[in-house]
Every structure is written in C-alpha cells, then in structure tokens.
Design a protein around this ligand. Structure first.
Ligand code: HEC
Ligand code: HEC
Length: 155
C-alpha cells in the first residue's frame, strides 16, 4: 500500500471513530461554559454556564439561560445541588449538572404526567429556579432573581 493511502486510512479512522463521536458527545452535553478552562472535569467548576435544553428535546423555543454561580454566592451549594433523595449535598460530595444521567434527564415529555415528572428537565428547572426560589423570595420581599420569562430567556 502507498504511504499516502495508509495515512488516509488512519485519518479516516480517527475522524470517524474518535473525533466525530466526541464532537457529538460534546453537543449532547448541553452546556457552554463561559470560562472554558473551568469545568468539573478539571476539579473546578465554571462560574457562568449557558444552559441549553437536551439535544433530544429538539429545537428550542426560547434562548438558552445564563446561570451564574457567583451571583448565587449567598447560598450554600446544597441549596441547589442535592442527591437522589433530595438531601442537600455538602462540599465533599460530587456535584453535577442538573440534567446529568439519572437526574433530571427526561428530555421529552410524552404525556401530561411526564410534564409533571420532576425528572423532566423543564419542570425541574422552572420549579427549582423560577417558582421554587425566585418567586418565593420575591413574595417574601427578599432580594431575588428573575421571575419573568424574558429575563431568563432573553429575546
Ligand atoms: C429563573 C429562570 C427562568 C424563568 C423565569 C423561566 N425559565 Fe424557562 N427555562 C429555564 C431553564 C434553566 C431551562 C432549562 C435550560 C434551557 O432549556 O435553556 C428552561 C427551559 C425552558 C423551555 C424548554 C427549552 C426551550 O427553549 O424550548 C421553555 C419552552 C421555557 N423554559 C419557557 C419558559 C417560559 C414560557 C417562561 C415564563 C413563564 C419561562 N421559561 C421562565 C429558566 C427559566
Ligand atoms: C443557586 C443554585 C446553585 C448553587 C448555590 C450552586 N450551584 Fe453549582 N450549579 C448550579 C446550576 C444551575 C448548574 C448548572 C446545571 C447544569 O449544568 O444543568 C451548576 C453546575 C455545577 C457544577 C457542574 C459544572 C460542570 O462542569 O458540569 C458543579 C461542579 C457545581 N455546580 C458545583 C457547585 C459548588 C461546589 C457549589 C457551592 C460552592 C455550587 N455549585 C453552588 C446551581 C447552583
């Protein structure tokens, strides 16, 4: 075989079996870290994360939501990051994104029941962030975050 053919085959292998699948995996992982040097993989976590719907959800109707850790620094990690029983995690426990496997990983709600299932990412985020926290604080007259659609999903 000619050397160029061998190199071509090797390149095709890498592109087909290594590069493209990892790019795809990158796409199915729905976040974009504003600070690319920081992600959990590096033992640190990003301050600002742009949250997208899962890829399987299909076309998004709204703009992705910007989440900032530093603007929530008045809260403990475990106020948001909890285990499968809903118990707050402490800083020695591994914290992951909300849509991680086994968590709020339902991408598509097929039935009205699904729409009320806390595994449905849409319900999990809205219940936790919008109604559960921001609105409750607003009603209590406390400083709070956005409660209106376009304040989280900018036009
Ligand atoms: C406190 C912030 C917040 C507010 C307020 C909020 N959302 Fe969301 N919403 C999210 C987050 C976080 C997600 C999950 C990540 C994503 O899909 O961008 C989400 C997901 C969605 C999705 C699914 C993804 C898509 O774009 O199709 C829709 C639809 C949606 N929201 C509509 C609304 C509507 C309508 C309102 C107002 C009633 C609203 N949201 C208010 C944070 C918010
Ligand atoms: C106000 C709620 C809130 C608080 C408080 C909070 N986080 Fe987060 N954290 C989030 C959200 C929302 C995300 C993005 C979720 C997603 O990716 O679906 C996130 C993502 C993460 C990730 C995953 C980043 C990655 O690389 O995937 C880690 C790790 C993390 N947080 C650690 C922490 C630690 C440690 C603390 C406490 C010092 C903390 N968080 C405090 C809400 C919070």
């Amino acid at each position: 075989m000619k050397k160029s053919v061998v190199i071509g085959v090797i390149c095709a292998f890498f592109l087909g079996f290594m590069v493209l699948p990892s790019l795809y995996a990158g796409l199915t992982y729905q976040h974009e870290f504003k600070d690319k040097n920081k992600s959990y993989a590096h033992g640190e976590y990003a301050d600002e994360i742009l949250l997208y719907a899962p890829v399987e959800y299909g076309e998004m109707r709204e703009a992705p939501v910007l989440f900032s850790h530093s603007s929530h620094s008045a809260f403990a990690c475990g106020d948001c990051h909890h285990d499968a029983e809903g118990k707050p995690k402490d800083e020695t426990q591994k914290m992951l994104g909300c849509m991680s496997d086994g968590c709020h990983d339902m991408a598509v709600a097929e039935t009205p029941q699904d729409r009320r299932d806390i595994r449905y990412f849409y319900k999990a985020y809205h219940d936790q962030c919008m109604t559960g926290c921001h609105r409750t604080l607003a009603q209590a007259g406390e400083p709070t975050g956005p409660t209106a659609c376009p304040d989280c999903h900018p036009k």
